[in-house]
Ligand binder design. Structure first.
Ligand code: HEM
Length: 503
C-alpha cells in the first residue's frame, strides 16, 4: 500500500468513526434538534446544497419546515426560513447567536482575527462597529462626502450618454460596479479606483474571488482534518487577492501619512482621514495601520458587489415591468425636473423609488443567506421547543423569507405598491419579513451608504434616459433567473440595454 492510499484510508476511517460518535453524542445529549433531511455518512447533506443553495434550501424547508438541521460534513447547520424564527435568532437571542463561523481561507494574514465581519462579539469588534456607526457611516459624515459621490454619478451619466450617441448597449452590472467602486474609493480615499469599465474589471476580479473564499462551500471548513491540505485551493487563491488589496492600501495609507505631515494640510473629509485621526487620538492601540487595512478590506468587499447587483436587479425589474418604470419616471420627473440627476437630499421626497428598492431587495436579496452566525458559547432553545446546539452554524434564508406566502401576498410578483399602502415595513432590521441587511448587533453597518448609492444611481438613470433592450428583445422575454457567486446573488444573464437620451 503506498503512502497516499494509506492516508486516504486512515482519513476515511477517522471520518466514519467521528460520524458514528457524533450521532451517538447528539442522541445522548438529549438535544431536541430541528428536523431535516437524513444526512449521508461522512458528507452529510452536502450534495443537497446544489449550485443554488438559496433555492435548494428553500425547497427543503417546504418539506422539513422553517427550522431545519442539515449536516455539512462534520458541521451541524440550522437553516431558518420564516420571519418568526428569524426574529428569534436575530433579536431575541441576538447576543448568544452573534458570533460567526470563521472560513478557513480567512486565516490568511490573520484577516479573520482583525475583520469586523468575522471577529466574535468582543471589545475589538465593538470598537470597530462604534467607529463604523459613529464616524464612517453617520449621516453627518456621509453628508460631508456627498459631493464626491455626486461627481461619480455625473461620470456614470456621461458614460451612458456616450453609449446613447452611438446606440451601443450598456452592461448595467459593469457600469454599476464601476460607479459603486468609485463611490466607495472616493468616500474612503478621495480617489477613483477605476477610470474605465475595464479598469473596474480588475477590482471586480479581486472582489469576486474574495467573496468566493468567504462564501463558496469549502471542504476544509466541513472537515477540519482537511484544513492543512486546502483541497480546493480556496485559501491559496484568497492569499493572492488579499495580497493585491493590501499592496494597494499600503501605498495609499503611506502617501496620506506623508501628506498629513505637511503644515498646510487640509483634511479631505474622507474615511481614511477619519481613521488616521482616530489612530492618532487613540494612540494607535485600537486602530493602527494593520487594523485600518483589514477594515478597508471588509468595506470594499462587502460594499461593491452587493450594491451593483442590487442596482442591476432594480433596473432589470423596471425594464421587465414597463408600467412600473413609467410610474417611477413620473415621480422622479415631478420631484427633480426631467433630465436632472437625483441628489441625496431628494431621496426623502421619492417614496415610490424607495418602494422599488425595497421590493428589489425582497425578491433579489444580494446576500440571500445573509452571513452565517454561530452558537459559540451555549446551546439556545427557541420558542418552538427546538434547540440550536453549541457550536452549530445558523443560516437565515432571506431569499426564502422574502418569498414566503405566510408573509407576502403574491410573493413572486414584483410590486412596489405593497410598500406604498398601509405598511410600514422597512429594511432597517426591525421587520423580520424583510432583513436584506441582517439585523441586531451584526446588522450591515454600510446600510446608510448603500441606500444612498442605490437611490442616486437608479433615480438618475431613469430620469435622464429611456431604455430599450438589445437586439429587439421584448421586456417579457427577459431571463430573470439568478445565480449565486461567492455568497452574492446576481442576475444570470447580464442586463444589456441601449440608453436613449430624454432631452
Ligand atoms: C454585513 C448586506 C452593502 C459593509 C452585512 C450582512 C448583510 C449585508 C446581510 C450580515 C448582517 C448580519 O449578520 O445580520 C448588505 C447589502 C448591501 C450591503 C444587501 C447593499 C445593497 C454594504 C456596504 C458596506 C457594507 C456599502 C460598506 C461600505 C458590511 C460589513 C459587514 C456587513 C463591514 C459586517 C458587519 C459585522 O459582521 O459586524 N451586509 N450589505 N455592506 N456589511 Fe453589508
Amino acid at each position: 500500500m503506498d503512502a497516499m492510499t494509506y492516508y486516504a484510508l486512515a482519513f476515511l476511517l477517522t471520518c466514519v468513526i467521528m460520524h458514528v460518535l457524533n450521532s451517538l453524542l447528539s442522541r445522548i445529549s438529549n438535544h431536541t434538534l430541528p428536523p431535516g433531511p437524513y444526512p449521508l455518512p461522512i458528507i452529510g447533506n452536502l450534495l443537497q446544497l446544489g449550485q443554488n443553495p438559496h433555492r435548494s434550501l428553500a425547497n427543503l424547508a417546504k418539506i422539513h419546515g422553517p427550522m431545519m438541521t442539515l449536516k455539512f460534513g462534520q458541521v451541524t447547520t440550522i437553516i431558518i426560513s420564516s420571519q418568526d424564527l428569524a426574529k428569534e435568532v436575530l433579536q431575541t437571542h441576538d447576543l448568544t447567536l452573534s458570533d460567526r463561523p470563521i472560513p478557513q481561507a480567512l486565516t490568511v494574514l490573520d484577516h479573520a482575527y482583525y475583520s469586523v465581519g468575522f471577529l466574535p462579539v468582543s471589545p475589538l469588534w465593538r470598537n470597530l462597529r462604534r467607529i463604523c456607526n459613529d464616524q464612517l457611516f453617520a449621516n453627518k459624515t456621509l453628508d460631508a462626502s456627498q459631493l464626491l459621490r455626486r461627481k461619480k454619478l455625473e461620470e456614470l451619466l456621461s458614460d451612458v450618454y456616450r453609449s446613447s450617441q452611438t446606440g451601443e448597449a450598456i452592461d448595467i452590472g459593469k457600469a454599476a460596479f464601476k460607479t459603486a467602486l468609485n463611490f466607495l474609493s472616493n468616500t474612503i480615499f478621495s480617489i477613483d479606483f477605476a477610470h474605465s469599465i475595464s479598469d473596474a474589471g480588475d477590482y471586480k476580479d479581486i472582489v469576486v474571488n474574495i467573496l468566493k473564499a468567504v462564501g463558496s462551500p469549502n471542504l476544509a471548513d466541513f472537515f477540519p482534518l482537511l484544513r492543512i491540505l486546502d483541497p480546493q485551493g480556496i485559501k491559496r487563491s484568497y492569499g493572492i487577492y488579499i495580497g493585491k488589496l493590501f499592496v494597494l492600501f499600503d501605498k495609499l495609507i503611506e502617501e496620506r501619512l506623508k501628506v498629513r505631515e505637511r503644515e498646510n494640510y487640509v483634511t479631505n473629509n474622507d474615511m481614511l482621514d477619519a481613521l488616521l485621526d482616530i489612530s492618532k487620538e487613540e494612540n494607535s492601540r485600537e486602530m493602527d495601520k494593520q487594523q485600518i487595512k483589514h477594515l478597508l478590506h471588509d468595506l470594499f468587499v462587502a460594499g461593491t458587489d452587493t450594491t451593483s447587483y442590487s442596482l442591476e436587479w432594480a433596473m432589470a425589474e423596471l425594464i421587465h415591468n414597463p408600467d412600473i418604470m413609467s410610474k417611477a419616471k413620473k415621480e422622479v420627473e415631478e420631484a427633480v425636473g426631467i433630465g436632472n440627476p437625483v441628489t441625496e437630499s431628494d431621496i426623502a421626497t421619492l417614496p415610490y423609488l424607495q418602494a422599488i428598492i425595497k421590493e428589489t431587495l425582497r425578491l433579489h436579496p444580494p446576500a440571500p443567506l445573509l452571513l452565517p452566525r454561530k452558537a459559540n458559547k451555549v446551546s439556545v432553545q427557541l420558542i418552538n421547543g427546538y434547540t440550536i446546539p453549541k457550536g452549530a452554524h445558523i443560516m437565515i434564508n432571506e431569499f426564502a423569507i422574502g418569498r414566503d406566502e405566510e408573509s407576502w401576498e403574491n410573493p413572486t410578483l414584483f410590486s412596489p405598491e405593497r410598500f406604498m399602502v398601509g405598511t410600514k415595513v422597512d429594511i432597517k432590521g426591525k421587520n423580520f419579513q424583510l432583513t436584506p441587511f441582517g439585523s441586531g448587533r451584526r446588522i450591515c453597518p454600510g446600510l446608510p451608504l448603500a441606500m444612498r448609492m442605490l437611490h442616486l444611481m437608479l433615480g438618475s438613470l431613469i430620469n435622464t434616459f429611456d431604455w430599450k433592450l438589445e437586439n429587439g428583445m421584448k421586456p417579457k422575454e427577459m431571463n430573470m433567473e439568478d445565480v449565486i457567486e461567492g455568497n452574492a446573488l446576481r442576475k444570470k444573464d447580464p442586463l444589456r440595454v441601449i440608453p436613449l437620451k430624454i432631452i
